[in-house]
Design a protein around this ligand. Structure first.
Ligand SMILES: *Cc1c(COP(=O)(O)O)cnc(C)c1O
Length: 384
């Protein structure tokens, strides 16, 4: 048997030998459009702050005003109660997305874990898209329910799983827009098939909320589907942090009574609640920003077509260039870094082996000339 230290060192050396070690560089400044690291300025194409709201003066001002109410909340809402502002934000989110209830969580990761752990029991099954986020898959694989994974966006694969007998309940899980591929899931068909089997549908719309659909209402609104559980996160287009779970009244009450992730975790600080309230308004008024982002996406795709790598079929802000090997992805990211671009090589286990990629994210904080400079650099690196 290996000791703790032996195990840790072994795992680390395996990662190193596979060119799969992750970096955690220090950055001095990050405006979403550009950032500064070790005194050097880079154009930034790694941020999920799709509308640039993390720098919005009104949202920052609300954060500051919110902090006047106290830096922290001191306990979970079940222990200490919650402020009117938080109650109001939950109400506003529910009304905006046309759900009976919304519950705030401190992060999307926690919200996903909470949903899976609360719902999934022995004999139940979770059928999740193969490319679902680690937070969902991890919770599902440790839950007492059985986890099945259907081929990415393949309805036939989902249906063949659904058609197999199950003694318990079935939860189908997918995402609105996939985080590493940028493609959308066929939500209408998935919702229909799930409904036909009396199963529940959970959709994580971390990358769709705020960005697509009428008024930024996200993937489900765009496809006119209403999953039983909708998870929206606030660290991406909202430019802040946190998440909400949207569901019906009984489910919300069930969460409040039984979810350990809520009951045993300190409630969101008032500053964050205030900032989120302002961010929600900016999202609702954000048609101009969404239009600008759309132009950037079209401009990038037109210019990237002739690159020698696979440009994924994606109409979202996430534009991955799949290059294959870890070493090549790292080399390209390094060359781009030298040229003044902040783009990260995404490698397994985040993506399947052999599909390492440059995950380029475009935002409304960029200008068209930034996209031009990026395209020039990509063509330059490709020619060598
Ligand atoms: C980012 C992300 C999460 C986690 O959200 P956080 O609020 O950052 O913890 C969950 N699901 C998906 C699909 C994501 O991309």
């Amino acid at each position: 048997m290996m000791s703790w230290s032996e195990r840790i060192n072994k795992e680390l050396s395996i990662r190193l030998s596979m060119d799969a070690l992750r970096q955690r560089p220090i950055i001095e400044y990050n405006t979403t459009r550009w950032l500064i690291s070790k005194g050097r300025k880079y154009l930034n194409f790694s941020s999920n702050d799709y509308l640039g709201l993390s720098q919005n003066p009104m949202i920052i001002e609300h954060w500051q005003q919110g902090a006047e109410l106290g830096a922290g909340t001191g306990a979970s809402v079940q222990v200490i109660g919650y402020r009117l502002q938080q109650f109001q934000l939950e109400q506003d989110l529910a009304k905006w997305l046309d759900y009976p209830c919304a519950l705030l969580f401190n992060s999307g990761f926690i919200a996903n874990q909470a949903c899976i752990y609360l719902l999934a029991r022995k004999r139940d099954r979770i059928i999740a898209d193969k490319l679902c986020h680690a937070s969902l898959i991890e919770a599902a694989s440790y839950s007492p329910a059985k986890l099945y994974r259907f081929n990415h966006n393949r309805l036939d694969s989902l249906v063949s799983h659904l058609n197999k007998p199950c003694l318990g309940n079935t939860l189908v899980a997918t995402e609105g827009i996939f985080s590493m591929d940028g493609d959308q899931s066929p939500l209408i068909d998935i919702a229909y098939q799930t409904h036909c089997q009396n199963s529940w549908l959970l959709v994580d719309d971390a990358h769709g909320i705020g960005v697509i659909g009428e008024g930024g209402k996200g993937s489900c609104w765009q496809h006119k589907v209403k999953p039983n559980i909708l998870i929206v996160t606030f660290g991406k287009a909202f430019g802040v942090s946190g998440a909400a779970v949207l569901c019906n009244e009984a489910t919300a009450e069930y969460f409040n009574q039984f979810s350990r992730h809520l009951i045993y975790s300190t409630a969101m600080p008032p500053a964050q609640v205030a900032a989120l309230q302002a961010a929600l308004r900016k999202i609702q008024e954000g048609d101009g920003l969404r239009k600008k982002l759309k132009q950037h996406i079209a401009h990038f795709r037109a210019g990237a077509k002739s690159l020698p790598w696979l440009l994924k079929q994606s109409t979202s802000a996430i534009q991955p260039l799949v290059v294959g090997k870890n070493s090549l992805a790292l080399y390209l990211a390094y060359r781009l870094r030298l040229a003044g671009f902040w783009i990260t090589a995404i490698r397994p286990p985040t993506v399947p082996v052999g599909t390492s990629r440059l995950r380029i994210t475009l935002t409304a904080a960029h200008e068209l000339e930034d996209i031009d400079r990026l395209l020039e650099a990509l063509h330059e690196v490709a020619s060598k």
